[in-house]
Design a protein around this ligand. Sequence first.
Ligand code: ADP
Length: 248
Amino acid sequence: ITDRGVILSLEGVNKSFDGFKAINDLNMAIDAGELRCIIGPNGAGKTTMMDIITGKTVPDTGRVRFGQTMNLLGMSEPEIAQAGIGRKFQKPTVFEALTVAENLELAMQGDKSVWSTFRAKLSGSQQDYLGEVLETIGLQDGAKGRSGSLSHGQKQWLEIGMLLMQRPHVLLVDEPAAGMTHQEMDKTTELLTSLAGDHTVVVVEHDMDFVRSIAQRVTVLHQGHVLAEGSMDDVQQDQRVIEVYLGE
Ligand code: ADP
């Protein structure tokens, strides 16, 4: 993995479903440490793009590269996750019966099926890291509380924490602001901003106010292709982008 420069790139990627081109000659490069927002109307191909990066969907043609050399095509979902690309889906999947800290511990140790029986004690450095993550996601005071009693926003942050337990280089985050109060959105902005730099953060998001609050660089997808890319101000003034959004 490089410290600088492009960490993730898609080159000439195509994907059809039953003859329908969901991804159409998609080219995109994301720099290490960036906080990138991917926006675009429904059906633009955002989910398919994330699925291709994480290995859930195999494209028909094109290249997907991680770091300078790693070719993600042909790698399985677990292999790609292992290589350092973590994904958070929109719907939180925390284990509600477990405490906040237990969810983080489980995320670090992996195998859910045997965890309750063969739970290994965390090492000192693992404990320290868990404490750091709790602080990062702002849940240090509720660490021993049952995660089922968390608010919607807190569950989303816990899930970002669960991703962090695997020390990913890249975090792919699906609609983090959905269903959040304004206050929760502000905290999420802070959290994602603080993660960028050390991590590369790619956010797919519909809420324009939220995108405006976090985005350094925005990529607008339309019909499986990059329609525009640049700062939020740039893309908002782009006539093609305006037309696509007005047409929704
Ligand atoms: P977005 O996330 O931007 O809303 P998607 O990536 O979900 O867009 O979808 C892009 C297009 O591809 C849509 O028209 C969708 O219906 C189609 N599509 C996505 N996945 C499948 C699939 N598994 N089978 C058939 N069509 C699909």
